[in-house]
Design a binder for this molecule. Sequence first.
Ligand code: NAD
Length: 246
Amino acid sequence: MNKKTALVTGASRGIGKAIATLFAENGYNVLINYNNSEQEALDLYNELKSRGFSVDTYKADVSKKEEVNLMVNYCIGQFEGIDVLVNNAGISKTNLFTDISYEEWDEVISTNLNSVFYVTKKALQYMIPQMSGKIINISSIWGMVGGSYEVHYSTSKAAIIGMSKALAKELGPSNIQVNCIAPGVIQTDMLDNIEDYALEALRQETPLMRLGTAEDIANCALFLASDKSNFITGQVISPNGGFVIV
Ligand code: NAD
Protein backbone atom coordinates (compact mmCIF):
# COMPACT_ATOMS: atom_id res chain seq x y z
CA MET A 1 0.00 0.00 0.00
CA ASN A 2 1.21 3.47 -0.91
CA LYS A 3 1.72 5.47 2.30
CA LYS A 4 2.73 8.72 0.67
CA THR A 5 1.01 11.99 1.48
CA ALA A 6 -0.41 14.41 -1.07
CA LEU A 7 -1.65 17.94 -0.45
CA VAL A 8 -4.10 19.09 -3.12
CA THR A 9 -5.15 22.74 -3.12
CA GLY A 10 -8.66 23.75 -4.19
CA ALA A 11 -9.73 20.12 -3.92
CA SER A 12 -13.39 20.41 -2.94
CA ARG A 13 -14.64 20.30 -6.53
CA GLY A 14 -13.68 20.01 -10.19
CA ILE A 15 -10.18 18.95 -11.16
CA GLY A 16 -8.88 19.12 -7.58
CA LYS A 17 -11.65 16.83 -6.36
CA ALA A 18 -10.90 14.30 -9.10
CA ILE A 19 -7.19 14.39 -8.20
CA ALA A 20 -7.87 14.00 -4.46
CA THR A 21 -10.23 11.10 -5.15
CA LEU A 22 -7.88 9.25 -7.49
CA PHE A 23 -4.94 9.75 -5.15
CA ALA A 24 -6.97 8.43 -2.17
CA GLU A 25 -8.05 5.43 -4.27
CA ASN A 26 -4.39 4.77 -4.99
CA GLY A 27 -3.34 4.72 -1.36
CA TYR A 28 -2.16 8.26 -0.72
CA ASN A 29 -2.99 10.12 2.46
CA VAL A 30 -4.72 13.18 1.03
CA LEU A 31 -5.16 16.61 2.56
CA ILE A 32 -8.09 18.28 0.82
CA ASN A 33 -7.62 22.04 0.87
CA TYR A 34 -10.64 24.27 0.36
CA ASN A 35 -11.46 27.90 0.99
CA ASN A 36 -15.12 28.90 0.57
CA SER A 37 -16.78 25.63 -0.37
CA GLU A 38 -16.90 24.01 3.07
CA GLN A 39 -19.95 21.82 2.39
CA GLU A 40 -18.47 20.40 -0.82
CA ALA A 41 -15.21 19.66 1.01
CA LEU A 42 -17.07 17.91 3.84
CA ASP A 43 -19.13 15.88 1.37
CA LEU A 44 -15.95 14.72 -0.35
CA TYR A 45 -14.30 13.97 2.99
CA ASN A 46 -17.29 11.90 4.13
CA GLU A 47 -17.47 10.01 0.85
CA LEU A 48 -13.76 9.12 0.85
CA LYS A 49 -13.72 8.29 4.56
CA SER A 50 -16.72 5.97 4.14
CA ARG A 51 -14.70 4.10 1.53
CA GLY A 52 -11.92 3.61 4.07
CA PHE A 53 -9.44 6.09 2.70
CA SER A 54 -6.98 8.23 4.64
CA VAL A 55 -8.06 11.82 4.06
CA ASP A 56 -8.48 15.06 5.93
CA THR A 57 -9.61 18.59 5.08
CA TYR A 58 -8.09 21.98 5.76
CA LYS A 59 -9.61 25.42 5.16
CA ALA A 60 -7.09 27.93 3.88
CA ASP A 61 -7.07 30.75 1.39
CA VAL A 62 -3.97 29.86 -0.62
CA SER A 63 -3.43 33.50 -1.57
CA LYS A 64 -2.63 34.24 2.09
CA LYS A 65 0.82 33.06 3.13
CA GLU A 66 0.03 32.86 6.85
CA GLU A 67 -2.88 30.49 6.18
CA VAL A 68 -0.74 28.47 3.77
CA ASN A 69 2.03 28.02 6.33
CA LEU A 70 -0.45 26.76 8.93
CA MET A 71 -1.95 24.38 6.37
CA VAL A 72 1.36 22.78 5.46
CA ASN A 73 2.28 22.44 9.14
CA TYR A 74 -1.10 20.79 9.72
CA CYS A 75 -0.40 18.32 6.90
CA ILE A 76 2.93 17.38 8.47
CA GLY A 77 1.26 17.00 11.87
CA GLN A 78 -1.53 14.78 10.56
CA PHE A 79 0.33 12.63 8.07
CA GLU A 80 3.97 13.00 9.22
CA GLY A 81 5.19 14.30 5.89
CA ILE A 82 4.44 15.68 2.49
CA ASP A 83 5.50 13.79 -0.63
CA VAL A 84 3.33 15.29 -3.34
CA LEU A 85 2.06 18.83 -3.71
CA VAL A 86 -0.59 19.61 -6.30
CA ASN A 87 -1.01 23.35 -6.77
CA ASN A 88 -4.47 23.25 -8.31
CA ALA A 89 -6.50 26.09 -6.77
CA GLY A 90 -7.32 28.81 -9.22
CA ILE A 91 -9.86 31.31 -10.46
CA SER A 92 -10.78 32.47 -13.91
CA LYS A 93 -12.06 35.94 -14.85
CA THR A 94 -13.12 37.13 -18.26
CA ASN A 95 -12.60 40.74 -19.20
CA LEU A 96 -11.22 42.92 -21.93
CA PHE A 97 -7.65 43.88 -20.94
CA THR A 98 -8.50 47.59 -20.81
CA ASP A 99 -11.42 46.85 -18.46
CA ILE A 100 -9.44 44.79 -15.96
CA SER A 101 -9.33 46.73 -12.71
CA TYR A 102 -6.22 46.83 -10.53
CA GLU A 103 -8.16 44.83 -7.91
CA GLU A 104 -9.16 42.14 -10.41
CA TRP A 105 -5.58 41.86 -11.65
CA ASP A 106 -4.29 41.45 -8.09
CA GLU A 107 -6.95 38.88 -7.24
CA VAL A 108 -6.13 36.65 -10.21
CA ILE A 109 -2.37 36.92 -9.79
CA SER A 110 -2.44 36.34 -6.03
CA THR A 111 -4.85 33.39 -6.24
CA ASN A 112 -3.32 31.67 -9.26
CA LEU A 113 0.35 32.57 -9.01
CA ASN A 114 1.41 33.87 -5.59
CA SER A 115 -0.35 30.87 -4.04
CA VAL A 116 1.95 28.51 -5.93
CA PHE A 117 4.97 30.36 -4.56
CA TYR A 118 3.61 30.30 -0.99
CA VAL A 119 2.56 26.65 -0.85
CA THR A 120 5.64 25.39 -2.66
CA LYS A 121 8.03 27.45 -0.54
CA LYS A 122 6.56 26.06 2.66
CA ALA A 123 6.35 22.45 1.40
CA LEU A 124 10.01 22.58 0.38
CA GLN A 125 10.99 23.09 4.03
CA TYR A 126 10.09 19.42 4.37
CA MET A 127 10.81 18.05 0.89
CA ILE A 128 14.39 19.30 0.58
CA PRO A 129 15.65 17.67 3.83
CA GLN A 130 13.91 14.40 2.91
CA MET A 131 15.54 14.55 -0.55
CA SER A 132 12.36 13.63 -2.38
CA GLY A 133 9.14 15.18 -3.55
CA LYS A 134 6.85 15.74 -6.49
CA ILE A 135 5.40 19.15 -7.26
CA ILE A 136 2.62 19.29 -9.83
CA ASN A 137 1.44 22.73 -10.89
CA ILE A 138 -1.83 23.13 -12.73
CA SER A 139 -1.34 25.64 -15.52
CA SER A 140 -3.53 25.90 -18.64
CA ILE A 141 -3.32 25.83 -22.42
CA TRP A 142 -3.98 29.59 -22.16
CA GLY A 143 -0.67 29.90 -20.35
CA MET A 144 0.97 28.27 -23.39
CA VAL A 145 -0.74 30.09 -26.25
CA GLY A 146 -2.52 33.06 -24.62
CA GLY A 147 -6.24 33.54 -24.26
CA SER A 148 -8.01 36.74 -25.26
CA TYR A 149 -10.30 38.36 -22.68
CA GLU A 150 -8.29 36.72 -19.92
CA VAL A 151 -4.86 38.28 -20.08
CA HIS A 152 -4.48 38.16 -16.29
CA TYR A 153 -5.43 34.47 -16.21
CA SER A 154 -3.12 33.66 -19.13
CA THR A 155 -0.30 35.63 -17.49
CA SER A 156 -0.68 33.74 -14.22
CA LYS A 157 -0.73 30.38 -15.98
CA ALA A 158 2.29 31.22 -18.17
CA ALA A 159 4.21 32.35 -15.09
CA ILE A 160 3.48 29.02 -13.41
CA ILE A 161 5.18 27.30 -16.35
CA GLY A 162 8.23 29.57 -16.02
CA MET A 163 8.37 29.02 -12.28
CA SER A 164 8.14 25.25 -12.68
CA LYS A 165 10.91 25.08 -15.26
CA ALA A 166 13.30 27.21 -13.21
CA LEU A 167 12.47 25.41 -9.99
CA ALA A 168 12.96 22.02 -11.63
CA LYS A 169 16.57 22.99 -12.36
CA GLU A 170 17.16 24.21 -8.82
CA LEU A 171 15.57 21.19 -7.14
CA GLY A 172 16.89 18.40 -9.35
CA PRO A 173 19.90 17.76 -7.08
CA SER A 174 17.45 17.39 -4.16
CA ASN A 175 15.60 14.66 -6.09
CA ILE A 176 12.46 16.76 -6.33
CA GLN A 177 10.57 16.76 -9.63
CA VAL A 178 8.55 19.81 -10.65
CA ASN A 179 6.15 19.54 -13.56
CA CYS A 180 3.15 21.33 -15.00
CA ILE A 181 -0.13 20.05 -16.29
CA ALA A 182 -1.68 22.45 -18.78
CA PRO A 183 -5.27 21.26 -19.24
CA GLY A 184 -7.30 22.08 -22.32
CA VAL A 185 -11.00 22.83 -21.98
CA ILE A 186 -12.22 20.70 -19.09
CA GLN A 187 -15.87 20.39 -18.12
CA THR A 188 -16.01 21.78 -14.59
CA ASP A 189 -17.90 24.57 -12.84
CA MET A 190 -15.17 26.93 -14.06
CA LEU A 191 -16.87 26.87 -17.47
CA ASP A 192 -20.27 27.91 -16.06
CA ASN A 193 -20.12 31.35 -17.64
CA ILE A 194 -19.34 30.00 -21.13
CA GLU A 195 -22.37 29.63 -23.41
CA ASP A 196 -23.25 26.16 -24.71
CA TYR A 197 -22.74 27.18 -28.33
CA ALA A 198 -19.21 28.35 -27.52
CA LEU A 199 -18.40 25.07 -25.77
CA GLU A 200 -19.75 23.18 -28.77
CA ALA A 201 -17.48 25.21 -31.05
CA LEU A 202 -14.51 24.35 -28.84
CA ARG A 203 -15.48 20.68 -28.93
CA GLN A 204 -15.63 20.72 -32.72
CA GLU A 205 -12.19 22.31 -32.90
CA THR A 206 -10.76 19.48 -30.78
CA PRO A 207 -9.30 16.62 -32.84
CA LEU A 208 -10.48 14.04 -30.30
CA MET A 209 -13.99 15.54 -30.66
CA ARG A 210 -14.75 15.97 -26.98
CA LEU A 211 -14.01 18.30 -24.11
CA GLY A 212 -11.89 17.02 -21.25
CA THR A 213 -13.02 15.62 -17.93
CA ALA A 214 -11.55 16.24 -14.51
CA GLU A 215 -10.56 12.56 -14.51
CA ASP A 216 -8.42 13.10 -17.64
CA ILE A 217 -6.35 15.55 -15.59
CA ALA A 218 -6.32 13.38 -12.47
CA ASN A 219 -4.87 10.45 -14.45
CA CYS A 220 -2.05 12.69 -15.62
CA ALA A 221 -1.42 13.94 -12.06
CA LEU A 222 -1.31 10.38 -10.72
CA PHE A 223 1.39 9.51 -13.25
CA LEU A 224 3.43 12.61 -12.39
CA ALA A 225 3.13 11.80 -8.67
CA SER A 226 4.24 8.21 -9.13
CA ASP A 227 7.69 6.64 -9.37
CA LYS A 228 6.95 5.94 -13.04
CA SER A 229 7.73 9.60 -13.79
CA ASN A 230 10.97 9.82 -11.81
CA PHE A 231 13.05 10.99 -14.81
CA ILE A 232 10.57 13.68 -15.82
CA THR A 233 11.09 17.19 -14.48
CA GLY A 234 10.57 20.72 -15.75
CA GLN A 235 8.04 19.54 -18.32
CA VAL A 236 4.60 20.68 -19.37
CA ILE A 237 2.09 17.95 -20.16
CA SER A 238 -1.06 19.21 -21.82
CA PRO A 239 -4.08 16.90 -21.82
CA ASN A 240 -6.17 18.83 -24.34
CA GLY A 241 -7.51 16.35 -26.90
CA GLY A 242 -5.21 17.82 -29.53
CA PHE A 243 -6.83 21.29 -29.30
CA VAL A 244 -3.38 22.82 -28.86
CA ILE A 245 -0.40 21.05 -30.39
CA VAL A 246 2.96 22.82 -29.99
P1 NAD B 1 -13.17 25.00 -10.20
O1 NAD B 1 -13.61 26.40 -10.15
O2 NAD B 1 -14.19 23.92 -10.20
O3 NAD B 1 -12.14 24.67 -9.03
C1 NAD B 1 -11.23 25.61 -8.53
C2 NAD B 1 -11.03 25.31 -7.07
O4 NAD B 1 -10.07 26.23 -6.52
C3 NAD B 1 -12.32 25.48 -6.29
O5 NAD B 1 -12.48 24.41 -5.40
C4 NAD B 1 -12.09 26.78 -5.51
O6 NAD B 1 -12.80 26.83 -4.30
C5 NAD B 1 -10.59 26.70 -5.29
N1 NAD B 1 -10.03 28.00 -4.94
C6 NAD B 1 -10.18 29.17 -5.60
N2 NAD B 1 -9.56 30.16 -4.94
C7 NAD B 1 -9.01 29.60 -3.84
C8 NAD B 1 -8.24 30.10 -2.75
N3 NAD B 1 -7.92 31.40 -2.68
N4 NAD B 1 -7.83 29.24 -1.79
C9 NAD B 1 -8.15 27.93 -1.85
N5 NAD B 1 -8.89 27.39 -2.84
C10 NAD B 1 -9.31 28.23 -3.82
O7 NAD B 1 -12.28 24.89 -11.52
P2 NAD B 1 -11.41 23.70 -12.12
O8 NAD B 1 -11.73 23.65 -13.55
O9 NAD B 1 -11.50 22.47 -11.30
O10 NAD B 1 -9.93 24.34 -11.98
C11 NAD B 1 -8.87 23.75 -11.28
C12 NAD B 1 -7.57 24.27 -11.84
O11 NAD B 1 -7.46 23.88 -13.21
C13 NAD B 1 -7.47 25.80 -11.83
O12 NAD B 1 -6.16 26.19 -11.49
C14 NAD B 1 -7.78 26.17 -13.25
O13 NAD B 1 -7.22 27.40 -13.61
C15 NAD B 1 -7.16 25.01 -13.99
N6 NAD B 1 -7.66 24.82 -15.34
C16 NAD B 1 -8.99 24.56 -15.57
C17 NAD B 1 -9.41 24.40 -16.89
C18 NAD B 1 -10.85 24.13 -17.24
O14 NAD B 1 -11.20 24.18 -18.43
N7 NAD B 1 -11.72 23.80 -16.29
C19 NAD B 1 -8.50 24.48 -17.96
C20 NAD B 1 -7.17 24.74 -17.67
C21 NAD B 1 -6.75 24.91 -16.36
